[in-house]
Design a protein around this ligand. Structure first.
Ligand SMILES: Cc1ncc(COP(=O)(O)O)c(C=O)c1O
Length: 440
């Protein structure tokens, strides 16, 4: 068979994105501006309805979808701002699955909050096989210091948020909201904590834009489920702005969405109360600094890519699903367990295709990865559990389910530049290499 070169996750950039970026470059406005604001409204509309073609420039929709999504330069920034807005700080505790990417947890570490890892369920969720937290362990881990839980929609599969909500509701009595410290951020966080009145669910939706789950008999899209959510538009994600991300949150009783949105703006722009666009108004040079904060805004060049990606997004998701079906078929043939991306109650965003090869150890798994690469097929591992990493002490003994899940895991290439022939080639190589390594 002729060798093919299969990359792991190259970006799918069409002429539409290229033209929109050129238009942004020619427009005279390339930092945060009208394209970023439009992308924010369109993402808000998409997250609410699942539709990517709602006209967000009408007066009615400008009103309806403004101040609900904030576009930023990464999911890492989005998650940290979510925690900052909720008022997580030193001495608080944040609960994170041991099985995730490091950005999930160091947003909390950057806020000064110690992280409590939770192991995953053995072999993951029984239906989707997603390495989802052990919810009994989660319930036990919540203490009077816990301020937030960060569930991760790994691979685009939506966590069991109904279960997580029921756990945090049960633990309401342990939660004490902070009092205002008199600063604008401290005052907002106190109002938010008093209104929510329990541990916040701050979802890591880096992989799950467009994924949905039936909750209370209604289809809810990620971004519209947890109290706060963060998305990644990094180049390897389904939807990209090269680097980039977004924060969103559910409406909070007695707290105006505009106040929350403005605080995200302040946090992402040096705490400066006027952005570059506002300062272009005649005589409007003067600004104030409200707090010594961050610089993590999205530019209009990035938003230009995002606008055209969003136009194409449903088609991109569908193509990913076609590839998943082919992978499902080969896995069934080889009795390989894999993520189940679509169930009666959940449709994932088809982001990652994780498989676990039965009867192999870490060394053989690595051999399979190596041999696939020799055949031109790039694969990956999502993830090595965080406790195994140097920065976390290299000790996974308290998270054995996470280790066990990881030890025979491989992620297959899943992206929209793969042709049907490419996918068939990956399937053929997988069969050949697995049989070779397992000696059967
Ligand atoms: C689960 C998860 N969370 C957060 C991030 C961080 O995303 P970003 O690179 O946009 O900061 C990633 C990135 O790969 C991720 O996989």
């Amino acid at each position: 068979m002729e060798k093919r070169i299969i990359n792991f996750s190259p970006p799918d950039i069409s002429e539409l994105e290229i033209e929109e970026v050129a238009k942004a470059l020619r427009s005279g406005w390339i930092t945060t501006g009208p394209r970023t604001k439009l992308l924010e409204r369109r993402l808000a509309a998409y997250i609410e309805t699942g539709k990517n073609d709602i006209d967000c420039d009408t007066e009615e929709n400008i009103k309806r979808y403004s101040n609900r999504v904030v576009c930023l330069n990464s999911a890492t920034a989005a998650e940290e701002l979510n925690l900052r807005i909720f008022g997580v700080k030193e001495g608080d505790e944040v609960i994170v699955p041991a099985y995730t990417y490091t950005a999930t947890d160091y947003a909390a570490i950057h806020c000064g909050a110690p992280v409590k890892f939770i192991d995953i369920q053995k072999d993951g969720d029984p239906v989707t096989h997603m390495p989802e937290m052990d919810y009994d362990a989660l319930e036990k881990a919540i203490s009077n210091k816990t301020k937030a839980i960060i569930p991760v929609d790994l691979g685009g599969i939506v966590c069991d948020y109904e279960r997580i909500y029921s756990i945090v509701e049960k633990k309401r009595d342990l939660f004490s909201p902070i009092e205002s410290d008199g600063t604008p951020l401290g005052d907002l966080s106190s109002r938010i904590q008093k209104s929510i009145g329990r541990v916040a669910i701050v979802a890591d939706c880096a992989h799950s834009l467009g994924a949905s789950r039936i909750i209370d008999k209604k289809r809810k899209y990620c971004g519209n489920i947890a109290d706060f959510s963060s998305f990644s538009f990094h180049v390897v994600k389904n939807f990209t702005t090269a680097e980039g991300g977004a924060s969103t949150w559910l409406p909070i009783k007695n707290v105006d969405n505009t106040d929350i949105y403005k605080m995200y703006q302040l946090l992402s722009l040096h705490g400066q109360n006027k952005d570059a666009l506002a300062k272009t108004k005649i005589g409007a040079w003067e600004y104030d600094i409200i707090g010594p904060w961050y610089k993590c805004n999205m530019t209009d060049i990035m938003a230009a890519i995002g606008l055209r990606q969003l136009d194409r997004y449903l088609v991109l998701l569908e193509r990913r699903f076609e590839i998943i079906k082919k992978y499902d078929a080969v896995c069934a043939k080889l009795s390989i367990s894999h993520l189940v991306h679509h169930t009666e109650y959940m449709d994932s965003s088809n982001h990652l295709y994780l498989i676990r090869i039965p009867g192999v150890g870490e060394a053989e798994r690595n051999q399979i990865i190596y041999k696939m690469a020799e055949h031109g097929v790039a694969t990956n591992v999502h993830y090595k559990p965080l406790p195994m990493m140097t920065a976390y002490g290299k000790d996974c003994s308290a998270y054995l389910n996470s280790y066990y899940y990881y030890h025979n895991l491989i992620t297959l290439p899943l992206h929209t530049l793969l042709s049907d022939e490419d996918v068939d080639y990956v399937c053929d190589m997988l069969q050949e290499v697995v049989r070779e390594v397992k000696g059967c």
